[in-house]
Design a protein around this ligand. Sequence first.
Ligand SMILES: Nc1nc2c(ncn2[C@@H]2O[C@H](COP(=O)(O)OP(=O)(O)OP(=O)(O)O)[C@@H](O)[C@H]2O)c(=O)[nH]1
Ligand SMILES: [Mg+2]
Length: 362
Amino acid sequence: MSESTKPHHPNPQGKGEKSHGSDFSYVGIDAILEQMRRKAMKQGFELNIMVVGQSGLGKSTLMNTLFKSKVSRKSVQPIPEERIPKTIEIKSISHDIEEKGVRMKLTVIDTPGFGDQINNENCWQPIMKFINDQYEAYLQEEININRKKRIPDSRVHCCIYFIPPTGHCLRPLDVEFMRRLSKVVNIVPVIAKADTLTLEERDYFKQTIREELRANGIDVYPQKEFDEDADDRLINDKIREMIPFAVVGSDQEYQVNGKRILGRKTKWGTIEVENIAHCEFAYLRDLLIRTHMQNIKDITGSIHYETYRVRGINRPYGGFPDEEKPNNSIKFRISEDARLSQITRTFYHLLGPLCVVVYSFV
Ligand SMILES: Nc1nc2c(ncn2[C@@H]2O[C@H](COP(=O)(O)OP(=O)(O)OP(=O)(O)O)[C@@H](O)[C@H]2O)c(=O)[nH]1
Ligand SMILES: [Mg+2]
């Protein structure tokens, strides 16, 4: 028998799997983990993070910090140092990061700061529209007859909300913004420019913010109701006690004790961005990438996107609230359904009298 006509017997024992010798009761279910690992390695990972907050709070800087920090230091080419300009439109920047053979595409969506206008009413609309547009793009791909094997995922998995370091309490605008955002996306609040607060002020402010979030019913990530078991609860409770993270951002590198660090140089010393004794940026980065990335994505898919999908399909004539303007496609889809049912009704209305005429004739 030639090589090509030989029946193919796949080797049941995959690469890297243990031999179980004469253990006949062993089925090999645990090998699924290895299969999943290999598949995930091939596909790679995607994470989309959005930064939102008042103008000048350091959103663009923190975005650069994330890219230049340990997350992607290897993938970033040194660029000439320049001042970060004011952000004037929503802009996505992606980096392909590879570590130990695992690929990840990290996209950060930078948004223009709000709060500059005298009337800041509805300043959340462009952000909400962007988030909903990404859900809509995903939905369109999903319902497409010739849909792609792997749908490109531009959905916002997590939104970092920047709170100004006032040290007092949340402003009504921040409360309203976060309240609306928390219904459509995972939000992680941070205290911006935390280097402007003393340690006592920082602790007091964090405590106040937590109380205010609770009082206003704002459910930030990790949401208590989505803890899967007691282990989850234990880990997430610790995070909930730390939130909001007090962060400092910088894209400038300095030499400290012979090490290159990202920091902010002041007259009285250098604030090291990745040093947990100085600020909580490292905790934020670890939450987003190291410990909770998959969970953040799961909640986006199974809760936030699902809510969007169900709401879009159930509402007659796409009746979205103002801030979540109906996307044309949803409106079109629903009005198409309505038109079809109208045609059916007209058909039955005509059919009724016709049957009566035929019956009396017979
Ligand atoms: N003290 C301090 N200053 C910071 C920090 N992060 C950024 N800055 C400075 O704050 C200024 C504004 O930073 P940006 O990153 O442009 O702020 P932004 O929120 O993107 O601003 P908009 O694009 O206008 O919304 C810059 O001068 C930064 O160097 C920080 O953690 N601490
Ligand atoms: Mg900016």
